[in-house]
Design a binder for this molecule. Structure first.
Ligand code: IDP
Ligand code: MG
Length: 179
């Protein structure tokens, strides 16, 4: 499930008196993030999780997984024809990783931006890859790249009962009320 209904219903019209668009409604999304085996081995799990939490994203699923080849190949199926496919599957199965489901307004775009560009030398400082990685084959994190892939990947990594919906006291300070 990549796209969720707004937690707080919009109570005011989205168009003003002159029919101009007043606000872009926030879209609450869920997305899959992996802290890959290099992140686990380099003891970066806590720091990476802290970045996502501090951003305001809500953790709705979390587990440590020793990935088998079948799941790895399905997760990276879109890259099957790429020359790096086998080494990518070797790498992702080389040790445990941490799978996260994160929720928030525009979570898919927020996570892609927070993780940074695929090639760490092109990733902006301040991003996870821009601060913590050097090599494209060991770039620490994965995040779904769109609504469809988020839905597919969440279903691949989490059973429905492993994703938890809940309210946080801080949400009113993180998620702005609808205008
Ligand atoms: P993304 O992780 O930023 O979405 P993708 O293009 O989907 O990037 O590639 C999936 C993963 O495959 C990357 O995170 C990276 O670890 C690996 N990868 C991508 N391009 C290369 C490459 O040219 N050589 C080796 N590994 C690569
Ligand atoms: Mg990708």
């Amino acid at each position: 499930m990549g796209l969720l209904p707004l937690r707080r219903p919009t109570t005011k019209p989205l168009r003003g008196a002159n029919n101009e668009r007043k606000v872009t409604p926030a879209v609450t999304e869920r997305t899959l993030v992996l802290i890959k085996p290099d992140g686990v081995q380099r003891l970066l799990v806590g720091r990476i999780l802290a970045r996502y939490e501090e951003r305001g994203l809500k953790l709705v699923g979390l587990k440590l997984v020793q990935v088998d080849r079948d799941l790895a190949e399905r997760h990276y199926a879109v890259h099957r024809e790429k020359p790096f496919f086998n080494s990518l599957v070797d790498f992702i199965t080389s040790g445990p990783l941490v799978a996260l489901a994160l929720e928030g307004p525009n979570a898919i775009a927020v996570l892609r931006a927070t993780n940074g560009a695929t090639r760490p030398w092109e990733a902006a400082p301040g991003t996870i890859r821009g601060d913590l990685a050097l090599e494209v084959a060991q770039n620490i994190v994965h995040a779904s790249d769109g609504l469809d892939t988020a839905a597919t990947e969440l279903a691949l990594w989490f059973k429905p009962g492993e994703l938890v919906s809940y309210e946080r006291e801080i949400d009113r300070w993180v998620v702005a009320p609808a205008d």
